[in-house]
Design a protein around this ligand. Structure first.
Ligand SMILES: C[S@@+](CC[C@H](N)C(=O)[O-])C[C@H]1O[C@@H](n2cnc3c(N)ncnc32)[C@H](O)[C@@H]1O
Length: 213
């Protein structure tokens, strides 16, 4: 039987008690401990960054010389710490946001992380397609901003188009892993797709295909 939904579960309480901005901190922590994505001194592009717990994790772990640029629709505060952090408010789909990222950090990033999630409607297929659309956009950012060999972490809601998205991601990375961290709620269809070793090859579709195609 499915467990009842409890939004104040242990990770929520632990995040609150530790002064973290969100439970997502524990998701990136677990994924990073397993796959070693972030290393001291790295420059990281964080898409869908608000309220900022991925950034809190990154700032703690990148240390001196490290840098995180957080992008979100919502306004958020940078995170204090040894690594530098900056934020941009914008919609990732707009050319304006792409241009602002280029302007802030013209050099390639060492890693791209995305915890982007659409405003959920409760309709599983709609939420899935919106999440896939966001994820293809993340790959466009990776193609423009990620250095060759770098990792790209993406949150994706699973559904009908997931396998197609995965096949596409596999063309761009040496290896692709799927991780469902403990801090992800049991009932959730979200997983993290992690591309390791960006090859910079392959074409990212301009628009996703409709489910009937
Ligand atoms: C789950 S939250 C991110 C949590 C964050 N990683 C953290 O650790 O605190 C998902 C975020 O994606 C953002 N988002 C969704 N669509 C977006 C878009 N088109 N452009 C920019 N941000 C977007 C939302 O505003 C929301 O803050």
């Amino acid at each position: 039987m499915t467990k009842p939904y409890n939004h104040r579960d242990k990770f929520f309480k632990k995040a609150k008690a530790s002064g973290l901005r969100a439970r997502s901190f524990f998701k990136i922590e677990e994924i990073d401990q397993r796959l070693h994505l972030l290393r001291p001194g790295m420059h990281v592009l964080d898409l869908g960054a608000a309220p900022g717990s991925f950034m809190q994790y990154a700032v703690r772990n990148l240390g001196h010389g490290g840098y995180v640029l957080g992008v979100d629709l919502s306004l958020m505060q940078p995170v204090g710490g040894l690594a530098k952090s900056e934020v941009l408010q914008g919609d990732i789909f707009t050319e304006e946001t792409h241009a602002l990222v280029r302007e802030k950090h013209p050099a390639p990033f060492d890693a791209v992380v995305s915890d982007l999630a659409p405003k959920t409607t409760g309709m599983k297929d709609v939420d899935h397609w919106s999440s896939i659309e966001l994820s293809y956009e993340v790959l466009r950012y990776a193609k423009e901003h990620l250095k060759r060999g770098g990792p790209c972490l993406m949150k994706v809601f699973q559904g009908e188009d997931f396998d197609r998205f995965l096949r596409h991601t596999k063309k761009l990375f040496r290896d692709v892993r799927i991780v469902k961290p403990d801090a992800t709620r049991d009932r959730s269809r979200e997983v993290y797709v992690v591309g390791l070793g960006f090859t910079g090859e392959g074409k990212t579709p301009k628009t996703i295909q409709s489910p009937t195609e």
